[in-house]
Design a protein around this ligand. Structure first.
Ligand code: NAP
Length: 487
């Protein structure tokens, strides 16, 4: 089967308006997780390349900031238009390097395009305010400024959506940016940068650096021109970035790990919820920060729900995401497979009962495949319950009382997403108010959308992306107090 075709230009970084090789000529192989073939050798930069990109962003900042929000919006809207026009090609690239089925990849590219369009418009509404003064001889204003040069770091699981949540709002308000994709999935972001370049973005406003994560982080933290770092990734690395940010008091936005509960009350339609739960769980193989990863089902319907969920999981169609009808692709890399196998072994050894799946798949000669898995007899001592699994595993638990399930759901350092299925308004309201999570899906397994705030409480992050909050993340508030001449 043909995978994505990558041109020469589509293996390069984009620095100061030029498609660039690494200074020392180093390259890095991008591998298709479905068949282990090498898709492309991409430029792999070092600290000097990162510094070059930061300096280009710093040089471009004054003119981009001075442009009107309406002119900036034109470039961002054109970018969205080009991404939509090229979505079939970009989605094939995304599936080839990341593994998710083509319909999911297409939806992701279109979501990223929508994000560009939404922030293009919202950038026109970066309002300040006039504040009534207590003293009649004074006037007070709060005005908004772009923070300056931004560094963006993103993981491999959503290589189009996640960078768009940083690049679009940053550019909309007049910041410039240096963006680094994960090693596993740089090709999608390269093709998005082609859209930005073809939309007429001035040189240096957005730069793409591929390369060593630590060298890139050093450049961002040590270069005084960088005023803000926006990171999506694990809580472990996020904590490291908080520590490192102290030296120059760099502003941080952190979108970190999650361990979302999905809670089903007895009035819900069991078949419909099982369907939603299976879709939510096995989307992108469970490698989703907001994936439900603990399923609390009311004891009255637990047995019916289990039967339905196991049946639906067994029937999921696994294979190369470029093939028609595929619902679950490969995992991203061998490390992810090993981690998932370890979680299952741990659960088994502590009394977990595997109802379907439970191991690496032997259906394929090559690639990184794990069978979608359902486990019951789950308890709090299992790694599945204490670590973010990021895996195609559905652990089933039951409950009887609302207060107990809220306490169990909140009993984790994470607080990113939570899902509740019920048609009872009182239960829904009490759950939405009681759950410690930044995103609550009430009868909605896929809540992310550009106009609504996305982000976590507790160790799941700092700040929010998307929505008006996601624009504010790239703005400084400046307070101006005016003393009037007397007489
Ligand atoms: P990760 O190990 O934290 O890596 C994320 C990104 O940071 C990658 O680009 C990685 O580069 C880079 N990185 C690694 N160590 C770094 C360091 N010390 N300094 C600076 N950058 C560093 O996360 P992952 O395992 O790839 O991604 C999955 C995690 O992301 C999960 O925890 C998931 O929940 C979280 N996530 C959160 C959200 C959200 O919106 N809250 C969305 C998606 C994913 P390499 O390419 O070299 O690895």
């Amino acid at each position: 089967m043909s995978t994505a075709v990558v041109s020469d230009r589509q293996t390069r970084m984009y620095i100061d308006g030029n498609w660039s090789d690494a200074r020392d000529g180093r390259t890095h192989a991008v591998v298709n997780p479905a068949n282990e073939s090498v898709l492309a050798e991409v430029a792999f930069g070092d600290r000097a390349d990162a510094d070059r990109a930061i300096e280009a962003a710093a040089k471009a900042f004054p003119a981009w900031r001075a442009a009107s929000a309406y002119d900036r919006a034109k470039v961002l809207k054109k970018t969205a238009e080009l991404m939509r026009e090229r979505s079939a090609t970009i989605a094939r690239t995304l599936t080839s390097e990341q593994g998710k089925p083509l319909p999911e990849a297409t939806a992701e590219v279109l979501h990223a395009a929508d994000t560009f369009e939404w922030f293009a418009e919202e950038g026109k509404r970066a309002y300040g305010r006039i504040i009534p003064a207590a003293n009649v001889t004074k006037r007070h204003y709060a005005i908004k400024h772009p923070v300056g040069v931004v560094g963006s770091i993103t993981p491999w699981n959503f290589p189009a959506a996640l960078p768009s949540r940083k690049i679009a709002p940053a550019l909309a308000v007049g910041c410039t940016i240096v963006s680094r994709p994960a090693d596993q999935t740089p090709l999608t972001l390269i093709q998005m940068f082609e859209c930005l370049a073809d939309a007429g973005l001035p040189a240096g406003v957005a730069n793409l650096v591929i390369g060593d994560a630590l060298a890139f982080a050093d450049a961002l933290f040590e270069h005084p021109a960088v005023r803000k770092i926006s990171f999506t990734g694990s809580t472990r690395v996020g904590k490291e970035l908080i520590r490192r940010s102290a030296d120059q008091v760099k502003r941080l936005s952190l979108e970190l790990g999650g361990h979302a509960p999905l809670i089903v009350f007895p009035d819900a339609d069991v078949q419909q919820v099982a369907q939603a739960a299976v879709i939510g769980k096995f989307r992108n193989n469970g490698q989703v920060c907001i994936a439900p990863s603990r399923f609390y089902v009311h004891e009255k319907i637990a047995s019916d729900f289990t039967e339905a969920a196991v049946e639906l999981t067994r029937n999921l169609k696994i294979g190369n995401g470029l093939e028609a009808g595929i619902q679950v692709g490969p995992m991203i890399e061998p490390k992810a497979l090993e981690k998932t196998a370890g979680l299952i072994e741990d659960a088994r050894s502590k009394g977990g009962q595997i109802l379907t799946g439970g191991g690496k798949s032997s259906r394929f000669d090559k690639g990184y495949w794990f069978e979608p898995t359902v486990v019951r007899e789950v308890n709090g001592s299992m790694r599945l319950m204490t670590e973010e699994p990021f895996a195609p595993v559905m652990p089933l638990l039951d409950f009887s009382k609302l207060d107990d399930v809220i306490a169990a759901a909140n009993n984790t350092p994470y607080g990113l997403a939570a899902y509740v299925f019920t048609n009872d308004l009182t239960i829904a309201t009490r759950m939405a108010e009681g759950l410690e999570a930044g995103i609550i899906g009430l009868n909605d397994p896929v809540p992310a959308t550009p106009q609504c705030p996305f982000g976590g409480m507790k160790e799941s992050g700092l700040g929010r992306e998307l929505g008006i909050e996601g624009l504010d993340a790239y703005l400084e508030t400046k307070y101006v107090s005016v003393g009037l001449r007397q007489g």
